[in-house]
Design a protein around this ligand. Structure first.
Ligand SMILES: O=P(O)(O)OC[C@H]1O[C@H](O[C@H]2O[C@H](CO)[C@@H](O)[C@H](O)[C@H]2O)[C@H](O)[C@@H](O)[C@@H]1O
Length: 269
C-alpha cells in the first residue's frame, strides 16, 4: 500500500492509486446512471464510449476482473453490455449471476420461479398495466423477476410523484412482493435478492484483494455496504451513500475508470 501520509493529492486519486496496486483487483459497476446516462427508452441505454473503452482495457490486464451488477435482466446484460462474455454479470438486482468469465459456469444462478412466484409476478404485472392505462406516456417493463412502472416519459410530468406513490401502494397490497423505487421508476420483484449478494459472490469468486464499486441509486447501497476498509466505493450523483467518494455523473466516472487503467498498467508493469 502507498503511504498517503501528508499526500496532498485528491482523496479519490490516492484511493485509485491504492486500488491499482492490488494483487487482484475487482472493478464492479452498476449500469444505468453509472456507466450509461439515462435515456427515455431503457432499450436505448449504452455505456458511454469512454467508459466502455476503459472496461475493455481493464479486461485485458492481468489479475483484473470487471463486473456489472444491475437491476437489468441478465439477457440484456449479456446482449448489450458484454456480448463477448468476458465480464462477471449480476442481473435482476442480484437474483441472476453469471460467472462464465471465471470458467465457473457451474456457479451461475439460473432463475426458477415457483408457481406461487409466477402467480405473484402475473398479479404485479397486471397492476402495472392498470397504472400505465391511467397515466399516458408511462410504461411497463417486464422483467424475469418483476414488473417495473416507468414514469420518465409520462406526458404529465407534474403527476409523476403521485403516480409512483399510487403504484407503491398498489404493490404493497400484494404479499411477498419486494418494492424498489428508483429513478423515475417503481420496480417490483418476486425475488428477495439484492445487489449485496451479487457483489459478495464476485468478491469471493475472484478472491479480490481490493474491490472498486460505483453506483448511483438506492439499490446500489446494498453492494456498497459489502465493501471493506481497503475497498473503494464511488457514489455517482447526489443522494445519501456510504461510499467514501463521489463523482457528479457517468461522464466523470468514465474519466475515473480511464485514470484507473493508467495507474493499473503502471502498477503491473
Ligand atoms: O441497476 P441499474 O443498472 O442502475 O438498473 C436500474 C434500472 O434501470 C433502468 O431504468 C432506468 O434507466 C432507464 C434508461 O436510462 C430510464 O429510462 C429509467 O427512467 C431508469 O429508471 C431499467 O429500465 C430497469 O430495468 C433497471 O432495474
Amino acid at each position: 500500500m502507498t503511504d498517503t501520509h501528508d499526500d496532498a493529492r485528491p482523496a479519490l486519486e490516492q484511493a485509485l492509486d491504492r486500488a491499482a496496486a492490488a494483487g487482484t483487483l475487482l472493478v464492479a459497476l452498476d449500469f444505468d446512471g453509472t456507466l450509461a446516462p439515462f435515456t427515455d427508452d431503457p432499450g436505448d441505454s449504452r455505456a458511454l464510449p469512454e467508459a466502455q473503452t476503459a472496461l475493455e482495457q481493464l479486461l485485458a490486464l492481468d489479475r483484473t476482473y470487471v463486473a456489472v451488477i444491475s437491476g437489468r435482466p441478465m439477457h440484456f446484460l449479456r446482449a448489450v453490455v458484454d456480448p463477448d462474455g468476458r465480464m462477471l454479470l449480476s442481473g435482476s438486482h442480484g437474483a441472476e449471476l453469471h460467472l462464465d468469465a471465471l470458467g465457473d459456469a457451474a456457479a451461475d444462478s439460473e432463475l426458477r420461479l415457483s408457481p406461487a412466484q409466477q402467480d405473484l409476478l402475473g398479479r404485479a404485472t397486471a397492476l402495472v398495466e392498470a397504472q400505465v392505462a391511467r397515466y399516458p406516456g408511462s410504461r411497463l417493463e417486464r422483467k424475469p423477476t418483476g414488473a417495473a412502472f416507468h414514469t420518465r416519459t409520462m406526458v404529465d410530468q407534474a403527476s409523476c410523484a403521485r403516480a409512483e406513490q399510487e403504484m407503491i401502494e398498489a404493490f404493497e397490497r400484494l404479499d411477498g412482493l419486494k418494492i424498489t423505487p428508483g429513478q423515475h421508476v417503481v420496480e417490483s420483484s418476486v425475488h428477495s435478492a439484492t445487489k449485496g449478494e451479487g457483489i459478495t459472490a464476485f468478491m469471493q469468486a475472484t478472491g479480490a484483494e481490493v474491490t472498486l464499486f460505483a453506483g448511483d441509486d438506492v439499490t446500489d447501497e446494498n453492494a456498497m455496504r459489502e465493501l471493506g476498509p481497503d475497498d473503494l466505493g464511488i457514489k455517482v450523483g447526489s443522494g445519501e451513500s456510504t461510499a467514501a467518494h463521489r463523482v457528479a455523473s457517468p461522464a466523470e466516472l468514465a474519466g475515473v475508470l480511464a485514470r484507473l487503467v493508467e495507474l493499473r498498467r503502471t502498477a503491473l508493469s
